[in-house]
Design a protein around this ligand. Structure first.
Ligand code: ZN
Ligand code: ZN
Length: 136
């Protein structure tokens, strides 16, 4: 499915092609902090389908507990989160922030990651595959 997104101020616009089965929620502590919310909703898209149409995102590099380096991109003007991708090597996958997508009302999370750090008041969704941490 073709999707398009913009940050809140409109300085940055992008598009991609996504599989609606690859929409998930992450409850990890990093996602809570970086999204400034209770959890983050993401859609994984193949790198070759992701195109920035307008603007230049700012990229923050997050280093995970495993030493894994991840790009966290946001609008330098309004601060809206846009995507995450590999900091090193090929950018073969982008995790788009579903809240920036025009089609977000059609994107239903199929998976929940890091349920072990979900905030206690967040109910588990009924029809998701749940992982205590990362899948696999
Ligand atoms: Zn913006
Ligand atoms: Zn996370």
């Amino acid at each position: 499915m073709k999707v398009d997104g913009t940050c809140h101020c409109g300085e940055i616009a992008f598009e991609a092609e996504l599989d609606p089965d690859r929409v998930g929620i992450c409850h990890c502590a990093d996602c809570q902090t970086i999204s400034a919310s209770a959890f983050r909703t993401v859609a994984a898209v193949p790198g070759e389908t992701f195109k920035i149409l307008k603007g230049a995102p700012r990229e923050y590099i997050k280093v995970g507990d495993s030493g894994n380096r991840r790009v966290q991109a946001f609008c330098p003007n309004c601060g809206s989160g846009l995507y995450a991708t590999n900091a090193d090597g090929e950018r073969d996958l982008y995790n788009l922030r579903v809240g920036t997508l025009s089609q977000r009302d059609q994107l239903v999370p199929q998976m929940e990651y890091w349920r072990q750090s979900a905030l206690p008041w967040v109910p588990a969704l009924e029809n998701t595959t749940k992982f205590d941490a990362n899948p696999g």
